[in-house]
Design a protein around this ligand. Structure first.
Ligand SMILES: [Zn+2]
Length: 462
């Protein structure tokens, strides 16, 4: 089985490499070219969803897919993660696919895997406080990662490789999720060059554990969570960390300006890049100038909206976005609500790309849990929740000696397994005899703007 999966991953990487020239060419499209493509892609998506996804058929009944325009999107009611998870089998268009089988597969996974032929799954904490399961078909997974990385690889390919290496054959280190259905793990496993495999390191562990591994791996391309940068920069300044990357790509959460400056000061030779991405379909790519990122308008439609769902203007902060994935046929995502705060730019970008520029995305900055000198990334605790999709919403609160999980759910939920897995996660960081409590609640407290804070650390004691 593992040989088969390895062969499929190698073939998938080859497919990704084949798609790349086209994805790169799209970055220099004219505005008319982008618009024409979007209209065509939207029509195909609506037609496909109407024919193959009964849940969508009902909400798209008023539209003629052959004549629909981008403006018609506004007439489609938004969908939430709750809609997606409640109506999963009537949204996913893969013959024979079911949420039950998908849940089971994620619960029992031992490595990245393929399902229903050549489909893949992402499990995500994502937006809205409820875990989600996302299906990608073969091409759409390659489009997802290709769309996000299409400015990074050509940039590296344009550099003379020290020591005369082979173009596209960089030493790549991805600091991301541990073995899980998390997108960064799946994408890291699949799109790893078999001739020079991506070294995957856990971003959920201590920096002290990472440093010797990074020194040994000597990445030319390093990807990691933005929140690692201050600690890595400090280790570089003290001489413990000795790496000389050509590019550092930070994604997964907001990359604050001061951390970006710190990265540029610490590794002046490296391109520092960032973008925003989502399990629902990627969505952006780093600007080649190294300043901010662009919406991948050939792949997705992002509508920034206020609390009432009305569009917000460039320069304004949105309350969220409606996200439409134009390319994934396996699980059509149309006007899907994501609660990240977007600030769009309306100035043309100096890089020359006519894909819309994003000034900033706020949100998704995960605060870590501190137990004395032990630092725990709460995403590790979340893995226990992600394997039980009957949980509708949840919140993990740090306690003095462990954590408290409050959740709202329906159907079968294995509370003992939840607590055991969370305890195991805390122990793996070195927390001694962690205390974990699990509570089913009728309602979870939200912030004044209706957001559910997923992780709540204890206030610092000093
Ligand atoms: Zn740009």
């Amino acid at each position: 089985m593992s040989d088969d999966a390895n062969q499929m991953r190698a073939a998938h990487f080859a497919h990704f490499c084949e798609l790349m020239p086209e994805l790169v060419a799209r970055l220099s499209w004219s505005r008319e070219g982008i618009e024409a493509h979007r209209t065509r892609a939207l029509r195909e998506l609506l037609g496909h969803a109407k024919r193959h996804a009964p849940w969508h058929a009902a909400r798209l009944a008023h539209l003629d897919p052959e004549r629909a325009t981008i403006e018609d999107l506004a007439s489609i009611p938004p969908m939430t993660k709750s809609d997606l998870m409640h109506n999963w089998d009537a949204i996913v268009t893969v013959p024979g696919a079911s949420l039950k089988v998908a849940e089971e597969a994620v619960r029992n996974m031992r490595d990245q895997f393929y399902i229903w032929g050549n489909h893949t799954l992402f499990a995500s904490g994502g937006t809205g406080g409820r875990p989600g399961l996302f299906v990608n078909d073969w091409t759409s997974l390659a489009m997802n990662w290709g769309g996000m990385s299409r400015t990074i690889r050509p940039y590296l390919a344009s550099l003379p490789l020290p020591g005369g290496g082979i173009p596209h054959n960089y030493r790549t280190v991805a600091v991301g999720a541990e073995m899980s259905g998390h997108g960064s793990f799946v994408v890291g496993r699949v799109f790893s060059n078999p001739a020079n495999p991506t070294r995957m390191l856990s971003g959920w562990r201590s920096v002290a554990e990472l440093i010797p591994k990074l020194n040994a791996a000597q990445p030319q391309l390093l990807s990691c969570y933005p929140n690692l940068i201050p600690a890595l920069a400090a280790a570089a300044r003290s001489g413990e960390l000795k790496i000389d990357p050509l590019a550092i790509v930070c994604g997964g959460e907001h990359f604050p300006d001061h951390s970006q400056r710190l990265a540029r000061e610490t590794w002046p030779e490296a391109a520092i890049m960032t973008c925003w991405g989502t399990s629902e379909g990627g969505g952006t790519h780093p600007c080649v100038s190294g300043d901010g990122f662009h919406v991948s308008e050939d792949q997705v439609i992002i509508e920034p909206v206020d609390e009432t769902g009305a569009p917000t203007m460039p320069g304004q902060r949105s309350a969220g976005i409606y996200f439409t994935n134009l390319y994934n046929r396996a699980q059509p995502i149309i006007r899907y609500h994501i609660d990240d705060v977007f600030e769009m730019d309306d100035e043309p970008c100096a890089c020359g790309s006519l894909h819309r520029k994003i000034r900033q995305v706020h949100g998704r900055a995960f605060e870590k849990f501190h137990y004395g000198t032990i630092i725990v990334h709460p995403v590790t605790l979340q893995l226990a929740v992600l394997e039980q999709p009957s949980i509708l919403e949840y919140q993990i609160r740090q306690t003095k000696r462990g954590a408290h999980l409050a959740y709202r759910g329906e159907g079968d939920i294995d509370g003992a397994r939840l607590a055991a897995k969370m305890r195991q996660a805390l122990k793996s960081y070195g927390v001694v005899e962690p205390e974990v409590t699990v509570e089913c609640v009728a309602q979870l407290g939200r912030t004044s703007v209706g957001k559910l804070k997923r992780f709540i650390p204890l206030p610092p004691t000093s």
